[in-house]
Design a protein around this ligand. Sequence first.
Ligand code: FA5
Ligand code: MG
Length: 465
Amino acid sequence: MSSMNINIPRLRITVYRQVLSPSLQICCRFSSTTTTATATTNTTTQPNIKILDKDYETDQWTNVGPAILSRVPRKLLLQPSHPLSIIKSIIESQFSHKEYTSYNNLSPIVSTYDNFDSLNFPQNHPGRSRTDTYYVNKNTVLRTHTSAHQATAFQNSPTPGYLIAADVYRRDEIDRSHYPAFHQMEGARTWDLNENTDPQELARQIDDLTAKIPRTDIRIVDEKPPFHEGNPKQAHHTDEVCIAVGNHMKRTLENVVTEIFNRASLAAGENASKERLQVRWIDAYFPFTSPSWEMEVFWNGDWLELFGSGVVQQEVFDSAKVKNKVGWAFGLGLERLAMVLFGIPDIRLFWSENPKFLRQFEPGVVSHFKPFSTFEGSTRDISFWLGDSQLHENDFMEIVRNKAGDLVESVELVDKFTNRKTGRTSLCFRINYNAMDRILKRDDVNVLNDQIRSELQARFGVDMR
Ligand code: FA5
Ligand code: MG
């Protein structure tokens, strides 16, 4: 569970998630566990929904609700003094404009083809499931990752590289480091590889470029061979080319990470960690890269997953109709990085419109966040027997989100058991209500909690205990 080794205060890891829904785990999103992506009930009764001034037909697959749709027009990355935008700009500044084209305003509504098929996702991949992904309709989703734009960017970018920063959406659990809307940044670099290319000469050219990248003074652990049976190179790549591309990517990204963490250390001043920055490369799996790696950073005593990356799969170039290329790509989560670098303790804060939050930051500067609220939250348990309808943990999360939005800090499944005599299953969810900038009145919490209970009964026919 490398993605969970993240240094965030009070991060809760619910063991129940593994029992209930393995596809929920971030690190399993692109694993080969299979599921069947089937539609159940349409959660909207409207024939059309308007998103960013465009009408979309709804159908049996539609599962976008008001809570998530209210996030779409916010465009946090286009606000220069927002912490997410600050991190994005620092990363961008590490790449030359001559070699990398930046895309910052691509629509979040994409086809299932772009989000999955163009990236070589098998039909039965869990990421396609309606419990994990927000469907506008059967063929249209809110992008679940910036990789949805890979094929288009490979096709259209006027430069050999590109960078994409964007809001992405996943039906995920709720806690301090997970939010159903978050932001990613993605980058790639390619070289021509056609029938006239001498692979040895190409590898030499790439190695020459790699040699020009400044060496960092960070401690880097990279123990596995550049490719091996468990993390193979693609059959049509020579060893030299695969190794050269991987090295160019690793040196480029190590350098970017060093720059970002150096700036954070400067910002932290006396409080900066005295330990030398350490990063490690570990093997990973994505349907759209091979070999694949993740980079983790050791920061304040914990390993933090920064990004996924790898050598671009030929199928993606085929989708892009650019057949004679070889290259690398990476994609990182901006919130996780910003939480660590700015010391922001709760992922909901990024969406805050409170000036006490927004006024703390300025473009280009990684400053330390000063908390403005320490209000105690209050918890409510909701226990019920399941009825005949299937209830995925993310369905419960979605009801909570639609009724209570950001007044909920976390939701945890605290109990699950099946009565041996009746065969019925009981679930108990604990909801932690906590507004970030005021004390919630007990009556207000009760009203919200009652609304959640009623919706649960109406939609899933559960029996309250
Ligand atoms: C991806 O999304 C791949 N598209 C990355 C990639 C791009 C690989 C290009 C290879 C080539 P993953 O699901 O691991 O991978 O997500 C990337 C990052 O997004 C994670 O490391 C994590 O930092 C962040 N992330 C994932 N889910 C959430 C969430 N619910 N809230 C906040 N951040 C999240
Ligand atoms: Mg991951």
